[in-house]
Structures are given as structure tokens and as C-alpha cells.
Design a binder for this molecule. Structure first.
Ligand code: PLP
Length: 411
């Protein structure tokens, strides 16, 4: 079990007040998480004590920085049960990780007639890079739909997955619906037709245990900032044999073994994909965020959010005139609730909630095709994390009642 009060004490920002002197109730965790003191301190410690460039120095600071940077890579690898830390590439975020796969793998491997299978619930980060690949290579995009209760519609899988499918790229958890997708089963089916399984774990990695080997992921992408780490650092897992076969993503320093005037030889994996000076301080602090989450236990994190979601779903059902999206089942849903007050724009909902101290998100959540599929232009979204409490869910529900009062003239 999580000791939530102890967790809350680790996050300095949770003590602040926002508009109208209200105590902050932060329910925008799907956008980015808050940072525990240990992570903030790790950044400061790095810059105060061993800031140096990695890999090419012979002095003490460079050695310490290199050890900490490569140590962070080993922590990321352990966190997702990667068999080898060389399978982990540091990138800026999930978006860059998915683009790396699209550019360095898909653009070179795919040809006209090949197919890429996605779903309609993908974040733009796991859609636009594949549109670019399709345009460049002549490959065709195919899409899995969602069911009435907002799960992935697997009834179409056999029809959509063919011998021409080269890539299946799906989110493990939807950032709008909270739906947790059965990636393991899809990966098995993808491998049966010889396709590569790309997993967008931006929403899943912060909230549940991840095992790339058990999932059958060939590539898996996630961002540090959604899981207690700093912005500007994320990771791409790739199977070693694929990474070794791939050409580089960006060219420049660090990614080379030798350079001649007209050609170069590439460095080993993973450095072949890390051109230029990497984001050393943030990578080190990302490693500390992973230590912090592992200290809590990812099973405990998931259990806590399941409980919060069950409670929030039960309370939100009491409110009239509210449409709630997603499976509404904590067994297959992360701590995300998207909803709309009929007749009230989600931005207005967000603004009223903010005046009550409750931070949520309103908009298309970078999932415009999903918005169209749901028949809306936007939704309001509350999303939970390790430091949220049932009392905060109550504050959220109370703030929603305030929306109803203010917009009582709306039929
Ligand atoms: N994929 C999903 C499911 C997301 O929720 C997000 C961010 O919200 C991303 C990808 C992109 O993450 P980033 O902006 O950190 O690259």
C-alpha cells in the first residue's frame, strides 16, 4: 500500500495555493507529473558537483558524469525489464522516441504496398510520424477502431493484420479514455505475420509495471516528465537486433566510431542514436525518479490509482448531465477520466474548476481523430497520480457541482 500522506510530503509543489487562495488539487498528471524533492535535488547536485560532458573526458568530473549517465540508462532498463541496457536510448520524450523509430527504422524498411496498423485512439505522436512514413514510402495506414465501451476493437484484428503489415504501433494506455490495451495479445498476432510491435507507453510507464519482454514489444517509448522526472528526457527501448540493423537517426558527434571526409562509421548501440551532447543532468534525475517510483513499488502505484479511479467513477456517476468516456472499469483503465458537461464547453469547465483550486485539462488532448470518433471537439480530463487522495476526488466532484450552479441556465 502507498502511504499517500508520506508521498505528498515528498512533493514541495503540493503545498502551494492557487487561484482564490485555494490549496492546489493537481489532476493534470496525464499531461505532466509533479516532481519529488529527490529529483529536484538530484538536478541541483549534478550541476553543483559533477557537471561535465560524458564519454570523452579523462578527468574526474567527466568520469563521474559518465558513470551517472550510464547508471541512469541501467535503471531505465531495469524498470522496463529490458534484457540489456544497450537497448535503451535516451531521447527528449515519447514523441522523439517514436520519430526515431519512424525515421531510422520504418522509412528505410518499408516500401509501397506495405501496411502500418495503428488505432484511432492514438496520440498525435503515434500517428503523425507514421503519416510521414506512409507518405515517404508509399506504405498504407490502417486503423483499429474502438468498441461501444471505448476499448480497442480486437474483432477487426484478423482482418486488418495481414502479411503486408510491417508495423503495428499502439498505445498501451490511452491518454483520453484511460483504456489499457491488450498489447501482449496484439504483439503475438503482429509477430505471427512478421510485423514489428511499437508500443507508446507514455501514459502506461508512469502508472503500472512494464515488462518489455512479457509484452513482446520490439520498441517501447516513454517520457520522464510524466513519471516524476524532468522535462526534456525520455527513453526508447528497442530490441538489440533491430537497433543494430538500423542506421542512425541524427548525425554528429558521439554517434560515430570514425569520420573521414566523405564517409563515417557508426558507434555501437545505443550511442549510435545519441548524436551530440546528451541531456546528462536530466537523464541522471530521470534515474532518480525511477528509483523513487521503484521505492514505492509499481504494483502499489497501480493499486492506488485503481482505487482512486473506482471511487471517482462512482462519485462522478452521481452528477447529472455529465457524459463520461472510457471503459469505466478500473481493471482495464488507468487513472484517467474524460468527460463533458452537456451544453458546457470543457474550457469553461476547466476554468471554473481552476477557480476552485482543481487543475484539470480541457481540449483535444492531441487526439483529434479520437475526438471526431467520439463526436466531440474536446473533453475535460482529470488524471490521477501517486499523491492524489480521495479527499481530492471529493474536491473535484464538489467543484463540478459549482460548474452546474454557474451554468444552471444551460438546458
Ligand atoms: N503518447 C501519449 C499516449 C501521450 O499521452 C503523450 C503525451 O501526452 C505522448 C505520446 C507524447 O509525449 P511527449 O509530449 O512527452 O513526447
Amino acid at each position: 500500500m502507498l502511504d499517500v500522506e508520506a508521498v505528498r510530503r515528498d512533493f514541495p509543489i503540493l503545498g502551494r495555493t492557487v487561484r482564490n487562495g485555494r490549496r492546489l488539487v493537481y489532476l493534470d498528471n496525464a499531461a505532466t507529473s509533479q516532481k519529488p524533492r529527490v529529483v529536484i535535488e538530484a538536478l541541483k547536485h549534478y550541476y553543483e558537483h559533477y557537471n561535465a560532458n560524458v564519454h570523452r573526458g579523462v578527468h574526474t568530473l567527466a568520469e563521474e558524469a559518465t558513470e551517472a549517465y550510464e547508471g541512469a540508462r541501467a535503471k531505465v532498463a531495469r524498470f522496463i525489464n529490458a534484457p540489456d541496457s544497450r537497448s535503451v536510448i535516451f531521447v527528449r520524450n515519447t514523441t522523439e522516441a517514436l520519430n526515431l523509430v519512424a525515421y531510422a527504422y520504418a522509412r528505410r524498411e518499408l516500401k509501397p504496398g506495405d501496411e502500418i496498423l495503428l488505432s484511432i485512439m492514438e496520440h498525435h505522436s503515434n500517428l503523425v510520424p507514421w503519416q510521414l512514413v506512409a507518405r515517404e514510402t508509399g506504405a498504407e495506414l490502417k486503423f483499429l477502431d474502438i468498441t461501444e465501451d471505448h476499448r480497442l476493437d480486437l474483432s477487426q484484428l484478423d482482418r486488418l493484420l495481414t502479411r503486408r503489415t510491417r508495423i503495428v504501433a499502439l498505445t498501451l494506455m490511452s491518454n483520453v479514455l484511460g483504456t489499457i490495451n491488450p498489447i501482449k495479445a496484439v504483439a503475438r498476432a503482429a509477430h505471427d505475420v512478421g510485423a514489428v510491435m511499437v508500443v507508446d507507453a507514455a501514459q502506461a510507464a508512469p502508472h503500472m509495471p512494464i515488462d518489455v519482454q512479457d509484452l513482446g514489444a520490439d520498441f517501447l517509448a516513454f517520457s520522464g516528465h510524466k513519471m516524476c522526472g524532468p522535462t526534456g528526457i525520455g527513453a526508447l527501448f528497442g530490441k538489440l537486433e533491430l537497433l543494430e540493423r538500423m542506421g542512425p537517426f541524427l548525425g554528429g558527434g558521439s554517434m560515430i566510431r570514425d569520420v573521414h571526409l566523405t564517409y563515417s562509421e557508426w558507434n555501437d548501440v545505443p550511442w549510435k542514436f545519441e548524436a551530440g551532447t546528451p541531456n546528462i543532468g536530466d537523464a541522471v534525475a530521470f534515474g532518480v525518479a525511477i528509483d523513487y517510483l521503484e521505492g514505492l513499488g509499481m504494483e502499489n502505484v497501480r493499486r492506488h490509482e485503481k482505487e482512486l479511479l473506482a471511487y471517482a467513477l462512482q462519485r462522478i456517476a452521481e452528477i447529472e448531465g455529465l457524459e463520461v468516456y472510457g471503459p469505466k472499469d478500473p481493471e482495464v483503465q488507468g487513472g484517467i477520466i474524460s468527460f463533458n458537461y452537456l451544453g458546457v464547453h470543457p474550457h469553461d469547465v476547466g476554468t471554473v474548476l481552476d477557480s476552485e483550486g482543481v487543475a484539470i485539462r480541457a481540449g483535444h488532448h492531441c487526439a483529434k481523430p479520437l475526438m471526431r470518433r467520439l463526436g466531440v471537439v474536446a473533453t475535460a480530463r482529470a488524471s490521477f497520480y501517486i499523491y492524489n487522495t480521495k479527499a481530492e476526488v471529493d474536491a473535484f466532484i464538489q467543484a463540478l457541482a459549482r460548474v452546474r450552479e454557474i451554468f444552471s441556465h444551460v438546458p
